[in-house]
Design a protein. Sequence first.
Length: 359
Amino acid sequence: MNILVLSGDGIGPEVCDEAVSTLQVLAEKKGLEIHFSKDHAGGSAIDTYNDPMPDSVIEKAKASDAVLLGAVGGEKWDHLTGAMRPESGLLKIRKELGVFANLRPVAVTPALADASPLRPEAIAGTDMLVVRELTGGIYFGEPRGRSGEVGNETAFSTMVYSTAEIERVARVAFTWARRRGGRVCSVDKANVLVVSQLWRDVVTALHKAEFSDVELTHMYVDNAAMQLVVRPSQFDVILTGNLFGDILSDAAATLGGSLGLLPSASVGGPVGLFEPVHGSAPDIAGKGIANPVAMLLSTAMMMDELSQPEIAAAIRAGVNSALDAGLRTADLHREGKTTKVSTSEMAKHIREAALNALA
Ligand code: NAD
Ligand code: IPM
Ligand code: MN
C-alpha cells in the first residue's frame, strides 16, 4: 500500500507525524506493508518549489493508493494571491483527484458532551454526516475575477452547478443514509439562488427515481445554521454544496467542543484524500498542543476506504480510550475535570490503546 503524506503547514506536520507513526505500528502488527512517501503542499511547497501544488506532487498523488494531508496556509503566505496561495494548492489537488464528495462525520460521544458549548440535553444523540460537494460550486465557478480601477473595483465569483455534479454527490449522500439513519436533509438557498433551485430539483428527482426508501427533507442554509446549534440531533445526513458545507461543517465540528476533533474523507475519484477539517492553526503551531484526534480519525476513514476496517476500528477505539480516560489537549481541557496532555502524549495513548484493540 502506498500512501502519500502531505503534512503541509502550521500544526499539519505535528498531527501528521503522529498519524503516520500510529499507522506504522498498527500495520506492522497486522502484517500489512504500507509505504509512506512524503512531499510538500501549501506554504511548505511554495517555499520548496515556488508552487503550492506542483504537478509533480499531483502525479505522485495519482500514483498512490491514498493521500493523507495535514493542513495548509499561514500568515507567511497571506500576501500571495490567486493560484499562488497555499489554499489554491489544496483546491487543485481536490480537483485533480476528482474527489467531489467530502464526508465530514460529527458524532458527539458522552465523553465529549461535557466539552460541548451546548447543554448536555441539547447535544445528546448528535451523530451526523455532512456530505459536502467539493470540486464545484462557487469555489471553482467561472467567470470570476476583479475588474476596474483601484478604489472603484468590482469583484465576482460564480456559483455554478450542473445536473451531473449535483446528482453524483446526492447519490453519495443517499447511499450513506441507507447505511446510517435513512434520512437526508439537503441544504440550499433555493428561496434566493437560482443555482439552488436546480440543486433542489435534481436532488428531488434523484430521490424519486432511485432512493424513495430514504427520507428526504430540504432546508434553507440560514435555518440549517440555526438548527445545528439548537437541535443538532435531528440530522442524519446533511447534503450540501461546497461553500455552505465549508461553513456548516466548522459549526458542526465545534458541537463536540473543538474543531480539532473532526475528520474528513474526500472521495469519488480513484484516489481518496484524507484530511482533518481544521486548518493549520497558526495561533498554536509549534507549541505541541494541537489536538491530533481529527487527523487520527481521518486516518481511520482512510483505512476504511482502503478496506482495512480492523485498523480503522482500532484507531477509533484508541481515540475513545483516550477520551474515556479523561485525557484532553488544551483545546478541550477543563481544569479539575480532565487531564491536560500534549499532542504527543495524546497520540501515544491513542496508539497504545489502538494496538491493544487490534490484538
Ligand atoms: P483553523 O482551523 O486553522 O483554526 C481555527 C481555530 O481552531 C484556531 O483557534 C485553532 O487554534 C483551532 N484549532 C484548529 N485545529 C485545531 C487542533 N487540531 N487542535 C486544537 N485547536 C485547533 O482556521 P483559521 O485560523 O481560520 O485558518 C488558519 C489557516 O489555515 C488559514 O491559512 C486557512 O486558510 C487555513 N485552512 C486550511 C485548511 C486545510 O488545509 N484543510 C482548512 C481551514 C483553514
Ligand atoms: C476546508 C478549508 C478549505 C476549504 C480552504 C483552506 C481552501 O476551509 O477544508 O474546510 O474552504 O475547503
Ligand atoms: Mn473549512
